[in-house]
Structures are given as structure tokens and as C-alpha cells.
Design a protein around this ligand. Sequence first.
Ligand SMILES: [Zn+2]
Ligand SMILES: [Zn+2]
Length: 763
Amino acid sequence: MPAPKQTKRFAFAISGIVQGVGFRPFVYQLAAKHGLNGWVRNTSAGVEIEAEGIEQALDSFSDELISLSPPQSVIKTFKQTEIPLTGEEGFTIKPSQSLSGRFQLVSPDIATCTQCQNDVSDPRNRRYRYPFTNCTNCGPRFTIIEDIPYDRPLTTMKDFEMCPVCQAEYDNPLDRRFHAQPNACPVCGPRLWLVDKTGKELESADAIAEAAKLLKDGRILAIRGLGGFLLAADATNQLAVNTLRRRKHRPSKPFAVMLPDIAEARKHCFISAEEEKLLISPAAPIVLCKWNRESPICPETAPKQNYLGIMLAYTPLHHLLLKETGKPLIMTSGNLSAEPIAKDNDEALKRLGNIADYFLLHNRPIYSRYDDSVVMYEAGAKRVIRRGRGYAPYPVQTSFTDKEVLALGPQEKNTFCLLKDGYAFVSQHIGDMQNPETLDSFEETLAVYLKLFRLNPQIIASDLHPGYITTALAEARSASLDIPLVKVQHHHAHIASCLAENNCDEEVIGVALDGTGYGLDGHIWGGEFFCGGIKQGFSRQAHLEYLPLPGGEAAIKKPYRTAVSYVYTLLGEEGLNFFKNIEPEELDIIKTQLERKLNSPLTSSAGRLFDAVAALCGICQVANYDSQPAIELETEAGDTEFAQCYPFELDLDKGIYLIRLKGIIQGVLSDLSSGKTAAYISVKFHNTVSQIVLDTCLRLSARSGLTKVALSGGVFQNRRVFRQVIKKLEAEGFEVITHKEIPSNDGCISLGQAVIATSQGGI
Ligand SMILES: [Zn+2]
Ligand SMILES: [Zn+2]
């Protein structure tokens, strides 16, 4: 005999990314399918549901809420409780409710879905060629949200009143655009227009067709997109690319290229299955892929690189523009070197007027600036290099959130980080804090995060560097809010962030190979080995030996100065014979600086060692973007593999291992004088760096018993070093933990500062 059919009522509370992703219509349809009564609504904590019906139907409903949830949703918590029957008839979607102090996760912007792409390319569809087409599965989210719950009046779409047809879609729970907050059409939505650099509108029936024509003619366009302006140029047109470089004051840093689809991408790059997955993912980041030299994309797009940053079109505008142009297009952030990306029309005309010939503008306000994300697939995982569109503001889940903390991050590649309830909200990439525009963007973005996630920091954290703007901001904020400030050494923060991201609360050996960070002894650190943990604290156990940087910053911009310093300091006067290409006067000046210790800070930086070797090999004498010498040195090695290393020594000095570099510099010079190629030296040098890491970890493990190693620092974006270090360490039985969602460069510093601050209990 079948069991009697019993009626019950359940309340569900679901949190995670459950708004702006079609969750309520999904619940509505699921309830209809199982013949249930009740309601669903958004709150500032997530989604609430009450459902009443036959027990078996409720069970299936509950299972399918999880198993069939919409593709862009992420369920973090799911609570189900039985409540008294009410006898309610029908199922409704109730108005959203704001709960005081409660917050929920916010969805990043999502690349245009296939159905919307079809709508835009179908002449019979009312959204044919409409560049702002979207639905609940795609389109802007984070860049237009002003507050939660995620409803149209709290987004920058509030000024666009929907036409009756759009409104009907928006109100129909069975429609793909049900409660799609940015829903719009050519009748009622935002519009696109084309202007010259004086702001005068071009007379043209079709702005996109006209823009495509200009791009094919070699012009540079500023295009307003999701999170700000992008500068576009034909990547196969050498003249256009060089013009863009000159006007943007960016002589050699690689540009990213946008392509319409994966088939087109394959014509320019060798793409692995994992890289393809990243390219076509809803986040649609820039992925660094092996460049096919047969590609018509001109070498000036990414000089001296084996990898090209490519991304697929992620808005209807991009799809239309690329199709019409029929060319791979450079798409680079709309800014001048270190400034933040421009987001408003007037701002763009003012700031980009000397770079772009024409501007493709629109009138949908951008609430938050958002750069394209950059990732690579290496050593078995996705590695984020710049975190922005498609990833932020999605948090890192971590157990180190005892208190609400605000960490302001470092000076360059800045992000900030906020901790709350098991989440670390690491902001999108903000940029280099030296310039006033970035500072404004920083304050703007911080205000959005504090509001969206209902945060009230009890502790502030900053870098230890007395000269960083973020340190000054932290001091001021700590004083005005009367809350404690914790200053965290740069490389401690690097390792702590790697541990936090991996939820590791043990003690480890931390390897921070990096450019520059202010050390506890006032010297510039950057080739550091620590033992310790987030709660236990870290102690420095080994580092590259200190060498002087003649002129400080000047040496970083001119790596040959570092080369002279390392050769002269380690090998003496005789070594200087090598520098025949440097003017004797300049050589004398450098020598004097070194001898008299004039403006020659000491550094243990691994980045500077790469600089010196790149300069000695004649690969890069002057650097005009961060890590250029190291990147070009890595490029030189190509795919060549062999095992030889240069000699180095580990000296124990007052309990700390000093890694002696004389053997390396001597070896490089001797290989050069015996006619070895730069490629050969590069391979041998990379082998040496990974051998240094292995040997040092073996020594530290022998005396501490630690067998887990955490890797962090900008140097680990070097694919060759990263791969080799992991391989060598694992072969010796070490367990290696690495960054995946958060960059290993300074983009991770804020997370490390935050977790150290919360663990220190506040002082
Ligand atoms: Zn869509
Ligand atoms: Zn409409």
C-alpha cells in the first residue's frame, strides 16, 4: 500500500551567488513542476523560499534546488526547516527585502551567452545588432550595482524605463529575461554613438559599422565597455600598433588581443584544452597562450614574447565590431601608463583625447571600474595574474576571518582586502597608487565594497613601507576611526596570502621570490625564505646575499646599472672590463656611487638578479615596464631544456643562510666570453634559480622538520621557474602550495596583510 500523502511546509534560506543569475524564475518554475504553493524572494542575505505541498514533491523540489540550479549561480549555504502550514494557494515571487547588516555575494559581470549572441545576429529579432543585449544568464552585474538587494532601482539601469515589450519579458517568470536587471532594447535601453576626439558626433546611420571601417583604416578607437574604456586597434596593422604604443607611452609592454571565437583564436595561438576552457568561460579573461608565429598579428603587439594575451568577445558590441572588422583587435585598458581605466564619457575624452582618434560612447553609467582579468594555465591549474572582470568581487573562502579587517595593500598592482564571515573580499586590480587618479579610484571602489558587503572593519592593515601612500592612508584611517593598525612586512604578507588562499594553518617554509619589498632591517628584500605560519608568525631563515642598487629606482629602470653593481661588488675591478658598451663616464659614476655607498640601497631581491643577468646577456638594458628583463630573459630560453646550473653557495651567518651569488655572475661572464648564446645562459640561469630554491628548502627542512613549501612573489609568474621549482621540490618529497585565484604578484599582498592582522588579535 502506498504511503499516505502528507502535506508539509518548508522554509529554505539559500546564500551564495543567487541573485542576478535567474534564481527566482528557476525556483518559480521548479515549484510549478512539483505542484507546490508558496513564494520566493530576494533578501540582502540571499534567497528565501517557503513551499507547501506533498512531502514527496517537496523532497524532489529540495534536491533539484541544488542539482538543477542556474549555470551562473553558486550555492554557499542551504538551510531547510519545517514550518506550520498556511494553506496558501499558488506560487508567487515576492518583493525583495533588505535585512539590516546582512550581505550576500555579488556576481561578477558575465560574457554574452549563446542565446543573446543569436538574438543580436538574427535580422528578425527585435534586438538585431543591439549592443546592450543581455539576459539572466549574461551581461553586466557588478559594474552596474550600487547596493543590494540586486534590483533594477539599485543599479545604473534605473534611469532607463522599460518599454512595454521589455517590461513584459521582465515580468514573465517563464522568460529568459525575467528580472534581468539590465534588460533593455533599442526602443528603451542605452544607446551607442560615435564621436571624434573633440566630442563631435559623426553622422552615421550605424555607429558600429562606421567604427569597424575606421579600425580597418588603421585608426585607434576608444570604446566604452562594461567596466571602462578599452583602446582598440587592428592588431595586424603595424603602423596602427606602433601609433598606439607611442601615444599611450607604452613602448614595449604587451597588448592583449580580442578575437570573435575559439576557431579564430586557434589561427593565432596554440591553445590547450584547459586554456580553451578558460577562454570560453563566462568570465572570458585574457589568457596567455603560446603564440603561433605564422599568425598575421604583428610582432609589435607583444614584442619579445612567446605568449600572447588573448580573449574572446564578451559583449554584444564586441561580437558585432569584430565580425564587421574581420580583424584581430588589440583591446587594451583605456588609460595612460599607470593611470586607472577611464569610465565616463567626459573623463575619457579628456584623458584619452591624445591617444584615440575616435570614441565609441554609450549612456549606460558604469558604477565600478573593472579591468580585464589576466590568467595563465600553468603547473596543472589556472593562475590569476590580474584579477578583475569576471572574477572580482567573488571572494576567497578562508578560515582566517576572526575579525572584520580592512587591508590597504601595497603601492603597485594594488588591491585592497576585506575580511568577514569566512570570506576574504580581495578587490579587483586597482593599479599603481602613486598617481592621484588611482587614489580616487581606490576610494571609490573601497566605498562600494564596504557598502555591498556591509563591512565595519575593526582593524586596519598596511605594508611596513614608510613611504607607501597606502601606509599613509592606513595611518589616517586608523586614527580617524580610532581602530588599531597592523603593519605587515611585504614578503610575510606574500606567504600569508598563499597560506590563506589554501586554507593552510600549519607552519611551512615560505619562499618569496619578488621584486621589491621593505624589509624589517630597512633594506630592500625580495629573495626570502621564511619558516612559520599565519597564527604562529614568520621568521626569516635564508635570503639572497645583499648587493647594492646604485641609484635605487634608477637601477630598476636601467638593469645594466644593477649588472655593473653585481659584477663590481662580487668580482672587483677586473669584471668591469666586460662593460665596453657603457660610456666610461657613466661607469665611473656608478663605481663612485658603489664605493662611497651613495644612494645605493642594499637588496636581496630575486627580481634584480634576473635584471642583472638579462642585462649581461644583452637582452634588456633599459626596462620600461615591470619585470621586462625577466620576461624577455625567459622568452629567450624558448623550449630548450637541459640540466646544468651555475654554482652558488649557502653560507650560515648568525643562523641565517646567505645565498652567495658570485658563482652565478662569474659563470655567466665566462659563458659569454666563451661565446655561449643568451638562450643557453638563460636556460642555465633558470635552472640555477630553481636549484637555489630546492637546496635552501632542503637545508631549512633539515633543521625545522617542515615539509610543506608555500611559493609566492612576482618571480613565480615566470612559467619556467614556477614549473621547475614545483617539480624539483615534489621530487624531494615536499608538498607545495601555490596561488591560483589570487595573483602571486603584489595583487596578493592585501589578503596576506588582512589575515596576519586578524590573527594577531588586533595590535
Ligand atoms: Zn544572455
Ligand atoms: Zn525595450
